[in-house]
Design a protein around this ligand. Structure first.
Ligand code: 3PG
Ligand code: MG
Length: 399
């Protein structure tokens, strides 16, 4: 059960060979302008792409962006990503306006050694995400025709059983790229024997998304700190009213159950920033977590909570953080996320930031990325890895 790596492929020699690279270039775009608001995922694949172009490969990159519904949709075009990728690589990236059609064929055919092409969004094709093996397989055949070898460097998508992730590697010699390798190395330190105390901070909006990981982590962590939109369902489970804060009513019972079984490991907010409305300029103040007024909406954890969480984080030797503590995109509600991020950055612990949103928060808040041990490019992927699930993209590389 061993995975071949990019170095193995490079050792064979790739000069003049077409190498199909699955990347996760699913970057956030500004809703109005369409500009890339965080290029972290593009930067993260540069080591793999640079190694391949440097070795003279013809590099064919493919990725998804957003969740288009199996047909072309200009809002999700990868064209702006091709531009940014070219800037970062310092060489033009040839963009194909379709994924496996005429434009893709001619673009790939025209590649010179050491050049890079980017295909249009994989999810413009129904076959990419199809649950039907035959339909997915047919699309994988078309994609695989563009490569003599396949590199998976799309860590953010390894938990998806999609054609480009799961079916293409069955059709071509396949290896893990530098990013995938590094991510797996780091995350396996957390599932192995993490140095203790091991403290996990979870935020983000939905409890339902995080339930499985909470279940899986509870036995192995020393402390589990919960903030973000998901904390209100837990507060409700403790018997508190949460006003018009985000609430998953059908999860309350499950959360109560988790609290009972957690042996006091779960720490919840003791105060929250409650606002009149979900808006950047809404009137707001800090209220106790057990006293949220009925018409108010909790949009951040309060300062006392930040201090309590910080105290729990200070002695930690291993920290995993996934999900913002509040609506950090609005400056009035970014203090909780900033406070926790700054605390984590300052500890001597081995620190891992998981997830698209928390990684974007680190950069959006202007924090120094190098003060974290590792910033994962995978949100769902890192959580599913920690849950101990089999990830289709990793399993495909093992075969
Ligand atoms: C992500 O952003 O989590 C990855 O790119 C996967 O995207 P998906 O959740 O739309 O499959
Ligand atoms: Mg996701």
């Amino acid at each position: 059960m061993s995975i071949r790596t990019l170095d193995d492929l490079l050792a064979e020699g790739v000069s003049g060979r077409r190498v199909l690279v699955r990347a996760d270039l699913n970057v956030p775009l500004d809703k109005q302008s369409g500009d890339i608001t965080d290029d972290g995922r593009i930067r993260a694949v540069l080591p793999t792409l640079g190694a391949l172009t440097g070795a003279g490969a013809k590099v064919v990159v493919c990725s998804h962006l957003g969740r288009p519904k199996g047909a072309p949709d200009p809002r999700f075009s990868l064209r702006p990503v091709a531009g940014r990728l070219g800037e970062l690589l310092g060489a033009p990236v040839h963009f194909a306006t379709d994924t496996v059609g005429e434009s893709a064929r001619s673009t790939v055919d025209a590649l010179a050694d050491g050049e890079v092409a980017l295909l249009e969004n994989l999810r413009f094709n129904a076959g990419e995400t199809s649950k039907d093996d035959t339909e997915r397989g047919a699309f994988a055949d078309q994609l695989a025709a563009f490569g003599d070898a396949y590199v998976d460097d799309a860590f953010g998508a390894v938990h998806r059983k999609h054609a480009s992730v799961h079916d293409v590697p069955a059709r071509l010699p396949h290896v893990a790229g530098r990013l995938v390798l590094r991510e797996v190395e780091v995350l396996s330190r957390l599932t192995g024997e993490p140095e203790r105390p091991y403290v996990v901070v979870l935020g983000g909006s939905k409890v339902s998304d995080k339930l499985a990981v909470i279940e899986a982590l509870l036995p192995s962590v020393d402390r589990l700190l919960i903030g973000g939109g998901m904390c209100f369902t837990f507060l409700k489970a403790q018997g508190h009213e949460v006003g018009s804060s985000l609430l998953e009513e059908e999860m309350v019972e499950t959360c109560r159950n988790l609290l009972e079984r957690s042996e006091g490991k779960i720490m919840l907010p003791v105060d929250v920033v409650a606002a009149d409305a979900f808006a950047p300029d809404a009137a707001h103040d800090t209220v106790p977590a057990d006293g949220i007024p009925s018409k108010r909406v909790g949009l951040d954890i309060g300062p006392e909570t930040v201090a309590g969480f910080a105290a729990a984080l200070k002695g930690a030797r291993t920290i995993f953080w996934n999900g913002p503590m509040g609506v950090f995109e609005m400056p009035a509600f970014a203090h909780g996320t900033r406070g926790i991020a700054e605390t984590i950055a300052k500890t001597d612990a081995f620190t891992v930031v998981g997830g698209g949103d928390s990684a974007a928060a680190v950069r959006a808040l202007g924090l120094d990325e190098s003060s974290f041990g590792h910033i994962s490019t995978g949100g769902g992927a890192s959580l599913e890895y920690l849950e101990g699930k089999t990830l289709p993209g990793i399993a495909a590389l093992e075969n």
